[in-house]
Design a protein around this ligand. Structure first.
Ligand code: SGN
Ligand code: CA
Length: 524
C-alpha cells in the first residue's frame, strides 16, 4: 500500500496499541485490512495443520504457523447459504432469516451486514467467488460472484455489468480475480475487506487437470466407524449421505460409462443451455480428463466389485478426488499470500481462512455435512495476524461463526451493534484469556425435507457434552460424552445415571434459546 489516508477509526488501533481510550498513538499506525478466505466443505481432517493423516497443506499451515489455529471452532447451521448469512450478520439463522438453501431462498441484503458497517466506517469492501445467497450482493464496492453453486470448469460469473464466462479452473480464476482486484481495482487510500469465496471443495470434487495424477498411489485409512450401524440413533439411520448407498458412480466418482446407471448422470454430462460439470469442459480439458479417468473406468469395470469391496473402492476414489481439489486450493492460497507479501500488505492485514462448514470423510460411512455431529459442526479456522497481535499457536476456546462480524468490526475500530449475537475474537487474538468466555454453543439445522434427508434439529454443545433434539417428523433426543465417545457412537440419552446431566444440558439449551431468541422452541 503506497499512500495511506488514515481513515481507519481510531479506537481499533488503540486496541492494538494496548492503550484503552488513547487515541493519540493511533495516527502513527497503518489501518488494518481484512482478507477473509472461505472455502466450501473443507474439513479439518483434510488440512495438515489440524490432521496429519491424509494430506499436506503447506500454505494453509503457513497461516497457522505465522498466526493462530482455533481448535474448537464451530458453525451454527452446517450448510452453505446459512453459514454465509451468519458470516455477514453475526447472527444465528433465525435472526438473519436465511435458514436453508431451498429453492427460492433469498438473503435480505437490506438488513445490517458487516460489509455495510465496514463500508460506512471508511473501508472498501469486495466479494469474489461463491455467494450462494440468492439475492444480489449489497454494500460491496466490488463484487463478482458465481451463480448458485458455481462450476469447477469454465465457470460463469455474475457481475454488476452482467454475466460472463471465464475459461479455466475455478480456484485459479477466483484467485486471479482477487489478485487483480488487489493490484489494479482497489482504492489504495482506503483500508479494505476482501472476501475470497472458493467453490472448491464442494461436490462433485473435480480437480484441476494439472493435479489429476496426485494421490493415485495413496491408500487412505478408513475411519474406524465407517461401517456404523446407527444403533440408538434414529435420525442418523435415516440420512441419505452414505458413501456406500448414496454416492454415485458417474457424477461423484467420474466413472462415465454406458454400463452404469446414475440418477445424477445428467448433472455430469448435460449439454447446451445447462452444461453438466463434465459437459462444460472444453476439448483440451476433456482430453486430459479422459486420459486420466478412462483407465480407472476400465479397471473398475473389470473388477466387478460388490458389497463392502465396492464401498471401500468408492471411499478411496472419493478421498483421492477430494485431496486433489485441496491441492489446488492450497497452492492458490499460497499465491494470494505471496501477493499480499509482495504488495507490502501482509503485516498490515488479518488473513482468515475458514470453511462454510466441516465435512465427513467417511466417518459414520458418510460424505456431506448438516448434522450437529463433530465433523460437520466443526469448521477449520486459522488466522495470520497483523503486527500488533502477537498471539501464536492454538486457541482452544469455543468459538462460532457468529463471532466473525464482531471480530472484523472491532479490528476496524468500529462499534459492534447490540443486536449482533457473536462475540469479538480480538481478546483471544491479543493473548487474553477472558474468564467469562462462553461455555456452550447453540446449533440449529433446518433443511428438511431435502437432499440427504437430515432431520431438523437443534442442540447444545459444551466443552464435554452434546445434547441434540431431532424434531419435525421425528422426536428423538441424543446425548454424547465427547470425552469418552469422541466419534459419537453411543447415545446416552435416557440411560440410567444420566438424568442429572440431561437436566443440566436441557436447561443450558433453553437458556441459549432464550438468549438468542429462537422461536422454534415454542413451535415444538
Ligand atoms: C448440492 C449437492 C449436495 C449438497 C448441497 C448443499 N448436490 O445440492 O450434495 O449437500 O449442494 O451444499 S449436487 O448434486 O448438486 O452436487 S452446500 O455446501 O452448498 O450447502
Ligand atoms: Ca458447503
Amino acid at each position: 500500500m503506497k499512500t495511506v489516508n488514515c481513515i481507519l477509526p481510531l479506537a481499533g488501533l488503540a486496541v492494538l496499541n494496548g492503550c484503552a481510550g488513547g487515541h493519540k498513538k493511533a495516527e502513527s499506525k497503518k489501518p488494518l485490512n481484512i482478507v477473509y478466505i472461505m472455502t466450501d466443505d473443507h474439513t479439518q481432517q483434510m488440512m495438515s495443520c489440524y490432521d496429519q493423516r491424509y494430506v499436506q497443506t503447506p500454505n494453509l499451515d503457513r497461516i497457522a504457523d505465522e498466526g493462530v489455529k482455533f481448535t474448537n471452532s464451530f458453525v451454527c447451521n452446517s450448510l452453505s447459504g446459512p453459514s454465509r448469512a451468519v458470516l455477514l450478520t453475526g447472527k444465528h439463522s433465525h435472526k438473519n432469516g436465511y435458514t436453508d438453501n431451498t429453492e427460492g431462498a433469498m438473503f435480505d441484503g437490506n438488513q445490517q451486514t458487516v460489509q455495510q458497517l465496514l463500508q460506512q466506517g471508511g473501508y472498501q469492501t469486495a466479494m469474489i467467488g461463491k455467494w450462494h445467497l440468492g439475492s444480489t450482493p449489497t454494500h460491496f464496492d466490488y463484487w463478482t460472484i458465481l451463480p448458485g453453486q458455481g462450476d469447477y470448469y469454465n465457470p460463469d460469473f455474475i457481475t454488476p455489468e452482467g454475466r460472463i464466462r471465464k475459461e479455466g479452473y475455478v480456484t485459479n480464476i477466483i484467485t486471479d480475480m482477487s489478485i487483480d482486484w488487489l493490484r489494479t481495482k482497489r482504492d489504495t487510500t482506503k483500508p479494505f475487506c476482501l472476501f475470497v469465496h472458493h467453490k472448491a471443495i464442494h461436490r462433485n470434487w473435480m480437480a484441476d487437470t494439472c493435479d489429476l495424477a496426485l494421490y493415485e498411489d495413496k491408500t487412505f485409512d478408513m475411519p474406524a466407524n465407517f461401517w456404523d450401524d446407527y444403533q440408538g440413533r434414529a435420525a442418523a439411520e435415516k440420512q441419505e449421505m452414505g458413501i456406500d448407498k448414496d454416492m454415485t458412480l458417474i457424477y461423484d466418482l467420474k466413472m462415465l460409462d454406458e454400463q452404469f446407471n446414475d440418477h445424477y448422470r445428467s448433472l455430469y454430462i448435460r449439454q447446451n443451455d445447462t452444461l453438466g460439470t463434465y459437459g462444460r469442459m472444453n476439448a483440451a480439458q476433456k482430453a486430459v480428463w479422459n486420459r486420466h479417468y478412462q483407465p480407472i473406468i476400465e479397471q473398475f469395470k473389470k473388477a466387478k466389485l460388490t458389497g463392502r469391496a465396492l464401498a471401500e473402492w468408492k471411499y478411496q476414489r472419493y478421498m483421492r478426488d477430494y485431496a486433489k481439489v485441496v491441492k489446488s486450493l492450497d497452492d492458490n492460497v499460497g499465491r494470494l499470500l505471496d501477493e499480499l507479501e509482495k504488495e507490502g500488505l501482509l503485516n498490515n492485514t488479518l488473513v482468515v481462512y475458514d470453511s462454510d462448514q466441516g465435512f465427513y470423510m467417511g466417518e459414520h460411512g458418510w460424505f456431506d455435512k448438516r448434522f450437529m455431529y463433530e465433523e460437520s459442526m466443526r469448521t477449520p479456522l486459522i488466522m495470520r495476524l497483523p503486527e500488533g497481535l502477537e498471539r501464536r499457536g492454538d486457541i482452544t476456546q469455543l468459538v462460532q461463526n457468529i463471532d466473525y462480524t464482531p471480530t472484523f468490526l472491532e479490528l476496524a475500530g468500529l462499534p459492534v451493534p447490540g443486536d449482533i449475537q457473536g462475540v469479538s475474537l480480538l481478546p483471544l487474538l491479543k493473548g487474553e484469556n477472558p474468564a467469562d468466555w462462553r461455555k456452550s454453543l447453540y446449533y440449529h439445522y433446518y433443511e428438511f425435507p431435502a437432499e440427504h434427508a437430515v432431520r431438523r434439529h437443534y442442540g447444545v454443545r459444551t466443552e464435554r457434552y452434546k445434547l441434540i433434539h431431532f424434531y419435525n417428523d421425528i422426536d428423538v433426543w441424543e446425548l454424547y460424552d465427547l470425552q469418552e465417545d469422541p466419534m459419537e457412537m453411543n447415545n446416552l440419552y435416557g440411560k440410567p445415571g444420566t438424568e442429572e446431566l440431561t437436566e443440566e444440558l436441557k436447561s443450558e439449551l433453553e437458556k441459549l434459546q432464550v438468549q438468542y431468541d429462537d422461536p422454534v422452541r415454542a413451535l415444538n
